[in-house]
Every structure is written in C-alpha cells, then in structure tokens.
Design a protein around this ligand. Structure first.
Ligand code: HEM
Length: 138
C-alpha cells in the first residue's frame, strides 16, 4: 500500500517538475519576442518568484520517492549480471539523481550548473527518463 502511495507521489512530482520545464521552454521563452529586455526581465521574475516556491521541491520529492521505490523494485543481481530491467532502471536513477544533484546545488547552495545551464537540458533528461521508466518493463 505505502509503495503505491509513494509511486503516485513520484508521478505527480515529476508532472509538476516536467510541466514547468515544458511551459518555460515552449511558452515563457517566447515572451522575449514581444517584450523589451526590461519588460521580459520583469515579467519572467513575476512568474519565477512563485515557481521557486514549488518546482525545486517537486524535484526533491521526485528524487526522494524514487530512492524509496528503487530499493523495493531493483531486486538482487543474479550471477549472470544485471537484468535489462535493472540496467535500464540504473540508467534512469543515474539521470534522475543528476537532476536532483543539480537542483539541490542550485536551490540550497546557490551553486549554478557548471554545464548545460539552460532548461532545455533538464527537460531533455525528463523526456528520456519517462521513456526509460516504461522501457524498463518492455
Ligand atoms: C527527476 C527525474 C525523474 C523523472 C522524470 C521520473 C519519472 C518516472 C516515471 C514517469 C515513472 C513511471 C511511473 C509508471 O509508469 O508508473 C517512474 C518510475 C520510477 N522511478 Fe522515477 N523519475 C525521476 C527520478 C527518479 C529517481 C531519482 C529515482 C531513484 C533514485 C527514480 C526511481 C523510480 C522507480 C524505482 C520507478 C519504478 C516504479 C514502478 O514501476 O513501480 N525516479 N519515474
């Protein structure tokens, strides 16, 4: 029962995190075309000050709920080595933890990403991770 509850929390937190990245990349970034630099700066900050209260925490919840689940579903590695489920899940966990590490550095330590500073990178990872989350059951 608790696993299913955490699983649902995982999906909703990913929905919020990925949802913001989608809106930012495909809609908010377009404001530049119709606003002056100053207007764009003011308008973006008027949105981002609310985003910062929710989205980084949604990422943390996604990582924490994922960490809980991974220890439940990963299973033992057989003598023949990792199964395809375990290999794909490991890749998903690595990419998810990378996003989590970036998010924690940015939010709590003010350390900006060293590489891939634009939101296109985390969004691309979210798209890959969602695919992997289904591919691991193929
Ligand atoms: C922040 C990026 C992440 C995204 C976008 C993401 C996305 C998803 C999605 C869409 C599912 C599939 C849900 C379903 O089909 O029912 C899932 C399942 C899962 N995720 Fe994540 N996840 C992320 C991070 C993590 C992390 C960091 C971990 C582990 C450390 C993790 C561990 C898992 C596990 C174990 C499952 C399988 C649950 C199951 O099928 O029972 N996820 N994730």
């Amino acid at each position: 029962m608790i696993y299913n509850f955490i699983h649902i929390i995982h999906i909703y937190s990913v929905f919020i995190y990925g949802g913001f990245l989608f809106v930012d990349i495909f809609f908010l970034s377009k404001m530049k075309k119709s606003l002056s630099e100053h207007e764009h700066k003011v308008a973006r900050e008027a949105i981002m000050k609310h985003v910062r209260k929710v989205v980084p925490y949604a990422l943390l919840v996604a990582v924490a709920s994922g960490l809980f689940m991974v220890f439940q579903v990963f299973g033992k590695i057989s003598e023949e080595g990792m199964s395809s489920f375990q290999m794909i899940l490991s890749l998903k966990v690595f990419l998810g933890l990378w996003l989590g590490f970036r998010g924690i550095n940015q939010k709590f330590f003010g350390i900006q990403p060293w590489v891939f500073k634009h939101h296109v990178f985390p969004f691309s990872l979210v798209v890959v991770i969602i695919f992997l989350s289904q591919a691991m059951y193929f």
